[in-house]
Design a protein around this ligand. Structure first.
Ligand SMILES: O=C(O)C(=O)C[C@]1(C(=O)O)C=C[C@@H](O)C=C1
Length: 923
């Protein structure tokens, strides 16, 4: 025992001394010279100079640590330095992770500092609170990425170190071989004189033995070393690729968040309002929530591209770098710059300079203005520069723009559609208006999109694209009801600003292929149910039948009803606002949280959707949801009819002339009106008819009067019109539109009648249709109609052609930019073919709906605030900031006092557009 400890101590002390010697050598600047010969000579145990004296016994692990830095062997020492350098790099990433997380916390806390209820200096800013909160989340994710990379890269380093032990073990043997070689070398003169002397022969034989003994181990070490370098570095680069790509992804969402910040309007003074119980809301809150949800989902499903790049051809290499493949030494950046820069030697003959690839292309480029020192900033000079560009820094407040300037800059020509991103309406908007140049605005509902148009003002046109009918499932109820002023119990009619109207300016058709979608966890669960371990295996039909709930827009459910009945017989169907909202809901359900909602409300929401904790939820929607929302496809093309199409109408707040004047329409529409000959095109008009079944009314009296219904009269009058045919007629019950009229029939109806005619007959047809409407609305028939309004209304006319009617992919014209050049004068635009406006008249009081909307948005904002404060408090270790209204638990309270007025104003202001909010099934 004693000898074991004595030996161990002896070895430890020797190691300590070696360490000390190494330390002394390094600090004397000799580290780079250390070699087997110099280091192997043990510096006799002297401790002078370093101030380090080893006294006690050496714990085993420490000894091992010392052994790994054994400085006697050059290869071990160099690798140790390399490994430590990698470790330092990894530690720095972890440190960057911590820094990013404290940046997240600081951002959050700074944002909370702007809570208006916490400020008595009126400096509150709801928008900053919200955006800072979301930005904090972005930074937190960045921190997570850095930390994860630091840890992964450390694991990679341990793979790289796999050969270290073997090399350590071989170190002594290598030293022995080396020593022997040196001895032989020292014997050289003797060797020359007496070749074959016994001593030399013995030494040579020993060396051969040593080499052959070590051969296998050296070979093994060499292989393991190469493998370790390959494995370890590849793993490190994989981790770096993932870090880089995810970082770019997160940064993009971070940048997206910054675009939600409105710089137009100051919230000051924020505290003069009587705040009551509730919190003023910022209308962009739902948008920032959407960005956060999209980021979370994008990150959770993100797969880095770990493929290897192809090397370009030799010619391409030298064209871009002026270096060929034969170059093995990289010239320094300065050399390259010198070669490239024609200004380095102003006297040099350009022809004599080495050919620089891209030189001729560079000559084609716009000349850059000569670089000069940057001008002074406003902060430096205190002087606000005049002229275009305005102040150079944010130190001085920009002048407030007028309301009209603001509205013009914010959303002239903006196009609303049923959101969120990934709906068919979004696809239709992209098809017609293209991505570039158009401000596409996702709305919570079709009603919202139509009301968006209502907010247009002259010079600030608003546009919407709404689904109107499907070839398989028929009319889109919400659009019809909105058009007809019916909305299931609510008195929802258009409430345009004075003079504002709604015009139909065109239509588009989209092929609709539905997919059965689910979140990744549900997919995984289904795989488990069928006993598959391959994560990419497809789900069998019999496994699909385990799905308990399927959600989508009612149109999509209707269009797939046979498929769903056959393959998902157990699944409860639930209609939600849109197909993409359904995909988001499925994902949220899986995640167990919904952005902007407290967990209690999530439970409630899911209960009201009919979900329980063990539900398996699928959605029906577009495959586009895979990339935009992050769901997986269970089945493609599940619609009952293969060629399934949906027709969309394009609505605008101004008649066509006005839209063309602000360049708000895509060429696919403007072309219809700009060509001198409208041959081959079709004109269409829409009318609405309010009616009751008079036969039933009179039947109550027990007799048949023979009195013609309004519908009867409208149809017979229209039939007399030359070249006008009835394309279709749809009925919606009108029972909820007006207060019950005494003696009226329960079979009151609203009809939408669509007429069509050749486009070259458009102006005549339109005139005569209008005349029929005028006669029937004001004649004796008007009094016999049910309801307070005119029995027949003209809703508008527009033109269509093969492009707008095709359901396929966007034509190159249609997919172009929305902002267009006006047709040349005399192009036929002002001719008689231009349809008149679609004027949906207004009957309902506007205040009621504005109040309802304001309360609704308010409720969402409050829920979002509570849930996020809780989440953030957990995430950043910050105390939650209780808000008066949330603490009071009145999630649905109405605005009161001044706020109510402001809420209403906000909704009628340009900036107060009700953008897409997360689904809340309770509403
Ligand atoms: O939910 C969507 O994705 C929509 O854009 C709505 C809508 C519709 O209302 O008809 C659009 C096209 C399809 O027919 C299914 C749904």
């Amino acid at each position: 025992m004693t000898s074991f400890f004595a030996k161990a101590r002896e070895r430890a002390e020797a190691a300590a001394q070696q360490l000390q010697a190494h330390h002394a050598a390094s600090s004397a600047g000799q580290a780079g010279d250390a070699s087997v010969s110099s280091d192997a000579a043990n510096p006799s145990g002297s401790t002078s100079g370093s101030g380090f004296t080893y006294k006690g016994s050496m714990p085993h692990l420490f000894r091992q640590g010392l052994a790994s830095v054994d400085p006697r062997y050059e290869s071990t020492r160099q690798f140790h330095l390399l490994s430590q350098a990698i470790k330092g790099f990894n530690i720095d990433h972890e440190a960057a992770g911590r820094e990013a997380k404290s940046l997240a916390k600081a951002t959050f806390v700074w944002g909370q500092h702007h809570l208006p209820e916490k400020r008595d200096d009126s400096g509150g800013d709801e928008m900053l609170v919200d955006v800072a909160d979301r930005l904090a989340y972005v930074w937190h994710e960045i921190g997570q990425l850095e930390t994860a990379h630091g840890q992964r890269s450390e694991q990679a380093r341990s793979r790289l170190k796999r050969f270290e032990k073997a090399e350590m073990e071989l170190g002594q043997r290598r030293a022995n071989r080396s020593k022997l070689k040196k001895e032989l070398h020292a014997l050289m003169p003797e060797r020359a004189i007496a070749a074959g002397s016994a001593r030399i022969q013995e030494a040579e034989a020993r060396l051969r033995d040593l080499i052959s003994d070590d051969q296998a181990d050296e070979e093994y070490l060499s292989r393991v070393k190469r493998e370790s370098v390959q494995d370890g570095y590849a793993a490190m680069f994989d981790s770096l690729i993932e870090l880089g790509e995810k970082m770019a992804l997160v940064a993009r969402y971070g940048k997206l968040l910054t675009t939600t910040i409105s710089t137009e309007k100051s919230p000051f003074p924020a505290t003069v309002k009587p705040r009551g119980e509730s919190i003023p809301l910022w209308e962009g809150a739902s948008k920032t929530a959407e960005v956060r949800a999209a980021l979370a989902s994008a990150l959770s499903t993100f797969k880095p591209d770990l493929s290897l790049p192809d090397l370009p051809a030799e010619s391409a290499l030298s064209a871009t770098t002026s270096l060929g493949r034969a170059d093995t030494v990289s010239p320094s950046a300065t050399t390259v710059d010198t070669l490239r820069s024609p200004t380095t030697n102003p006297f040099a003959d350009p022809a004599a300079l080495p050919a620089v690839a891209g030189g001729s292309a560079a000559q084609d480029e716009e000349p850059l203005s000569p670089p000069g020192p940057p001008g002074p900033t406003v902060a430096e000079t205190g002087v606000v520069p005049t002229g275009p560009g305005g102040p150079k820094s944010g130190t001085l407040r920009p002048r407030r723009s007028s309301a009209s300037q603001r509205s013009a800059s914010i959303s002239a020509g903006a196009v609303a559609y049923l959101g969120p991103t990934g709906t068919y309406s979004h696809q239709a908007a992209l098809k017609v208006f293209g991505e570039a140049g158009t401000n596409l605005i996702p709305m919570q509902s079709i009603t919202g999109a139509i009301d968006f148009v209502r907010r247009g003002t002259p010079g600030n046109a608003k546009i919407a694209i709404v689904p109107v009918e499907n070839s398989t499932f028929g009319p889109v109820r919400e659009t019809f009801d909105k058009f007809l002023g019916i909305s299931n119990g609510d008195r929802h009619a258009f409430k345009p600003a004075d003079g504002a109207q709604l015009h139909i300016v065109g239509e588009a058709c989209l092929s609709v292929d539905h997919a059965l979608l689910c979140g990744p966890k549900t997919y995984h669960h289904l795989l488990q149910l069928q006993g598959d371990t391959d994560p990419n295996a497809s789900i069998r039909d019999d496994t699909l039948s385990n799905i308990t709930n399927v959600i989508s827009h009612e149109q999509a459910l209707g269009q797939c009803s046979h498929y769903l009945t056959r393959y998902l017989p157990q699944a409860k169907k639930k209609a939600v606002e849109s197909t993409a909202a359904a995909a988001v809901t499925a994902l949220e359900f899986e995640a167990g949280t919904a952005p902007g909602r407290s967990s209690a409300s999530v439970d409630h929401a899911h209960e009201s959707l009919g979900f329980s904790s063990n539900s398996l939820v699928a959605a029906v929607g577009a495959e586009a949801a895979v990339t935009t929302i992050g769901v997986r496809v269970l089945r493609s093309k599940i619609q009952d009819v293969k060629d399934n199409r949906t027709r969309f109408l394009i609505l605008a707040s101004e008649p066509l002339e006005g839209l063309l004047a602000v360049n708000a329409l895509p060429p696919s529409i403007t072309q219809l009106y700009s060509l001198p000959s409208p041959a081959g095109k079709t004109g269409r008009s829409l009318l609405s008819v309010s009616d009751a079944l008079t036969s039933d009314l009179t039947a109550e009296a027990g007799s048949y009067s023979g009195q013609a219904s309004t519908l009867d009269r409208v149809v017979s009058q229209l039939q007399r019109l030359e070249a006008v045919s009835m394309r279709k007629m749809d009925r919606r019950p009108a029972s909820m539109v007006d207060a019950p009229v005494a003696g009226s029939s329960v079979w009151r109806s609203n009809y939408l009648i669509e007429l069509q005619y050749p486009a070259d007959h458009a102006s005549v047809a339109e005139g005569s249709i209008r005349q029929v409407v005028a006669e029937l609305s004001s004649g004796p028939i008007a009094t016999s109609s049910v309801g307070s309004s005119a029995p027949v209304s003209y809703l508008g006319s527009w033109l269509v052609d093969a492009t707008t009617l095709s359901g396929g992919a966007a034509s190159s014209v249609a997919a172009g930019k929305a902002t267009q050049v006006l047709p040349a004068s005399g192009s036929g635009l002002p001719t008689t073919t231009l349809p008149a406006s679609f004027n949906l008249s207004e009957r309902e009081p506007k205040e009621l709906e504005a109040q309802r909307e304001a309360a609704e948005v308010q409720r969402h904002a409050e829920q979002a605030r509570l849930s996020r404060q809780q989440q953030q408090a957990e995430l950043y270790g910050v105390e939650a900031q209780p808000s008066a209204s949330v603490a009071g638990g009145s999630g649905t309270q109405r605005l009161s006092g001044l706020q109510e007025v402001e809420g209403e104003q906000r909704l009628t202001e340009e900036e107060g557009l009700p953008a897409y909010q997360p689904l809340d099934p309770r509403s």
